[in-house]
Design a protein around this ligand. Structure first.
Ligand SMILES: [Zn+2]
Length: 297
């Protein structure tokens, strides 16, 4: 759940509630769900890894962040007899922070990292501290490009910084940089317009595919098969995950055979291939000796 495409997937599933009156409750008492109770659901939107949920005639927005452990399930139910609210509530399983019930659907938020109500200023402040989201139509990639090109920080730290680009998590970070054959330690200010443009476009393409598939697909053969399934209107099966570098420290790169490395960059470990990803304006870091990090993972 650390990647933005999954949050967009939840926002899509929550569309089942749009324009429906909802029962709203917080079984574990962690969320002031009563403001939504009996209201008509208006919208659910993802912004990066954040989810914003609104209802008509409620001046507050529910702001959710699921982090690593959170989940928001949406299922059809058959508890309502005449298109009204359900006669009975489903039993509570697990740590349910927010439950939504319409005449036809049952939504359940478990273990969120953030589940709070924001006023209009709070929503604006949240939006202001997030970079463009590759999955949103209103994304302005130039904002991300400027933030990268104005920074001395390594590109591997920048693209996972939600203030720069909203929605990229640790798997996409590693795979996107490997696909670009870009040294993750290249300073942002050395990323030219063309390199950034290609990186952004590949991110958009991968995340659209991830949203359609429901999981992260970055292997070329799997990507082609997933696209074919989606074009046919079929579900993309959960094939065994095949990553080029993510989670593969200490094993040979499938492209060039060089041992994949991992090192903490930002809050999480970055995986990269020093063979494929030596290219770039500078290659410091990728070639520096750091035995403590070799073979991790
Ligand atoms: Zn390689």
């Amino acid at each position: 759940m650390a990647e933005g495409h999954a949050v967009h997937g939840i926002a899509q599933r929550l569309q089942q509630f749009v324009e429906q009156p909802v029962r709203s409750s917080s079984p574990n008492g962690e969320f002031d769900a009563t403001v939504f109770d009996g209201r008509v659901f208006a919208d659910a939107q993802a912004v990066g890894k954040h989810l914003l949920v609104t209802a008509h005639d409620v001046g507050l927005t529910a702001h959710l962040h699921l982090a690593m452990d959170g989940a928001f399930s949406v299922r059809r139910h058959h508890r309502a007899l005449h298109g009204d609210f359900p006669r009975t509530e489903p039993p509570v399983h697990g740590n349910v922070a927010w439950r939504l019930l319409s005449a036809t659907h049952h939504g359940e938020l478990t273990d969120p990292a953030v589940c709070e109500l924001l006023d209009e200023d709070g929503v604006l402040a949240l939006r202001a501290r997030l970079g463009p989201d590759p999955l949103r139509d209103d994304a302005e990639p130039d904002v991300a490009r400027r933030r990268i090109q104005n920074s001395r920080r390594p590109i591997g730290a920048l693209i996972i910084d939600q203030k720069v680009i909203a929605g990229i998590g640790n798997v996409y970070r590693a795979e996107i940089l490997h696909r670009a054959r870009l040294d993750p330690f290249t300073p942002g200010r050395e990323i030219d317009d063309e390199t950034f443009g290609a990186l952004w476009q590949d991110t958009v393409d991968l995340m659209i595919l991830g949203l359609g598939a429901g999981w992260i697909v970055t292997d070329e053969a799997q990507m082609a098969a997933a696209r074919e399934a989606l074009v046919r209107g079929e579900r993309v099966p959960r094939w065994p995950k095949r990553y080029a570098v993510y989670g593969r420290a200490g094993t040979p790169c499938s492209v060039c055979g060089t041992t994949v490395r991992a090192q903490r960059v930002g809050l999480q470990r970055l995986f990269w291939c020093p063979g494929c990803q030596a290219a770039g304006p500078t290659s410091t870091g990728a070639t520096s000796a750091d035995p403590a990090t070799v073979g991790e993972g």
